[in-house]
Design a binder for this molecule. Structure first.
Ligand SMILES: Cc1cc2nc3c(=O)[nH]c(=O)nc-3n(C[C@H](O)[C@H](O)[C@H](O)COP(=O)(O)O)c2cc1C
Length: 488
């Protein structure tokens, strides 16, 4: 049994230290920021259950200026980052997260502290230099170097004072010039517009390297008006420690690795070409365009800073930063409140983010499976950009792709088991938007609703499966497992 603490890490270093203790962090020395770090990060996910990567001695950079990647890309790293049992995985891990979020909901605002490690170095004026940090060019067709991928962009609503944190990519253009790409509708984008409507620049603090749980909040789509800091405080049962950014006054985590402070100029001011950048579905969908610049006025960083990298990638064993665990738990909870006998929900990382949702149910009435599918197709956390909603029987583990595909090929009659919903909620990162739809703003997709269950009306006549029962398999594993699976 491991003795590593399973609590939620306070900052990125603690996550890395715990990962090291578990043998879940691999040091890579001497790699180049120009494509090599990106390719190593991708290559590593061609094998299952890989440790996170910590790059040091990066070409052209002093030892100690590091990049971390694949930091939540296995079940164990997700367990470590989210404070779940270390051996949990698949549906059991989703269940563990559901248990965690069942406690009474009470937002816990951050606590302001006077100082913290992020103030070890404060750069202003001529000393501001974004090239001081090793920001990778992740993919071959990327338009430049991205310091922000595993980042949090902090903004304050000028009307209400609400603090939002969102993960939006940050491209480096000059020593003090970057751009931030925020899709339409993102909270950061809407907040920025409020400043612009008043003819003002939008103050911003970008955190490049924070603790994995807080980061996961920044990319999780919390409702408008809810601060990711407060929500993370609730999950942690204690407030996040922040300090006031000296230039913007925005709260930034005291233990952050790097913070960039400055403002995004209003339209009509200086612009740079942002992108293209390889995006989460695995394509360059939004291309490049003129983007108002983010003028960086100060940089705070710890000694020997670590840039947190979260580039989109297509690896057979990409766990997609634990996204599925949180989304699936929320969807499972919501589905269970509306539809009986839900056995599990999963968003397979192989399908990229939200694109596929799979629910397993014990069918109790005619139309039950369709009821579940239609609920998920409209539920906030699974409606956006889901292209396939699949419902399987309760003997199928929705996290086990072998079983799901078996259900698809043996319990689904395409002529009668598939429905298509059209004109659904999507956005411009969808690679299937035609050039015309992209131009006209018709950012919608269609959804395939697939029922891969034994037909309810004749389920009793469905041929019995020859797959051994879970009980028989477990009994056999106890008796023969060592002989079968022990290679030593
Ligand atoms: C690794 C990663 C990178 C992301 N990059 C962007 C991005 O560049 N622009 C964007 O609008 N959304 C991006 N997203 C999605 C947003 O972070 C996500 O929609 C989040 O909910 C936005 O926060 P908000 O709801 O406060 O706007 C990214 C998500 C992840 C996991």
């Amino acid at each position: 049994m491991s003795t590593v603490s399973t609590g939620i890490s306070n900052d990125l270093r603690e996550h890395i230290d715990r990962a090291k203790q578990l043998g879940e962090c691999k040091l890579v020395e001497g790699a180049d920021w120009d494509l090599e770090i990106g390719a190593i990060t991708e290559l590593q996910l061609s094998a299952p259950d890989q440790p996170m990567l910590l790059f040091d001695n990066i070409k052209g950079y002093p030892r100690g200026y590091r990049i971390a990647s694949n930091f939540l890309n296995s079940a164990k790293l997700v367990a470590l980052g989210f404070g779940l049992p270390l051996e949990s995985r698949g549906l059991a891990q989703v269940q563990a997260w559901r248990d965690k979020i069942k406690k009474p909901f009470k937002l816990i605002p951050p606590v302001e502290v006077a100082g913290g490690p992020v103030l070890e170095n404060v750069l202003t004026g001529k000393d501001v230099d974004l090239y001081k940090f090793p920001s990778p060019k992740w993919h071959e067709l990327d338009g430049g170097r991205y310091l922000g991928t595993g980042d949090m962009v902090i903004t304050r609503d000028p009307d209400t004072g609400w603090i939002n944190a969102g993960t939006y990519r940050v491209q480096v253009h000059d020593r003090n010039i970057a751009t931030i790409f925020m899709c339409a509708g993102r909270h950061g984008n809407l907040t920025r517009q409020k400043y612009w409507d008043k003819g003002q620049p939008c103050p911003v603090a970008v955190v490049c390297g924070g603790d994995p749980l807080l980061w996961s909040m920044a990319r999780s789509g919390l409702p408008w008006g809810v601060s990711e800091y407060d929500y993370a405080g609730w999950l942690r049962d204690e407030p996040v420690e922040v300090l006031k950014g000296p230039v913007t006054g925005l709260p930034v985590p005291a233990g952050a690795e790097i913070v960039l402070e400055g403002e995004i100029v209003p339209p009509g001011g200086e612009t740079r070409i942002e992108g293209p950048f390889g995006e989460w579905p695995g394509y360059y969908c939004t291309g490049s365009r003129e983007e108002p610049v983010f003028r960086v006025k100060s940089i705070l960083h710890r000694d020997n800073p670590i840039v947190l990298g979260a580039p989109p990638q297509i690896g057979p064993y990409d766990y997609y930063y634990g996204y599925q665990v949180m989304r699936a738990a929320q969807a499972w909870n919501a589905l269970e409140e509306n539809v009986p006998e839900v056995k599990g929900v999963w968003l397979p990382p192989e399908a990229r983010g939200p694109l596929m949702v799979i629910a397993s149910i014990k069918q109790k009435y005619a139309g039950h499976a369709k009821h579940a599918a239609l609920f998920l197709s409209g539920y906030y956390q699974t409606a956006w950009l889901s292209r396939f909603i699949i419902v399987v029987d309760d003997d199928i583990d929705p996290t086990n792709m072998t079983e799901v595909i078996w259900a698809l090929t043996t319990r689904c009659d395409p002529a009668t088991s598939i429905d298509i919903l059209r004109g659904c909620w999507s956005n411009d990162t969808d690679p299937m938007l035609s050039p015309e739809a992209r131009r006209s703003g018709d950012w919608t997709n269609s959804k395939g609703i697939i029922i891969a269950c034994k037909p309810f009306s004749w389920r009793e006549d469905f041929p019995p499966s020859c797959k051994a029962s879970p009980e028989l398999l477990e009994k056999t594993r106890q008796k023969w497992g060592k002989l079968l699976f022990d290679r030593k």
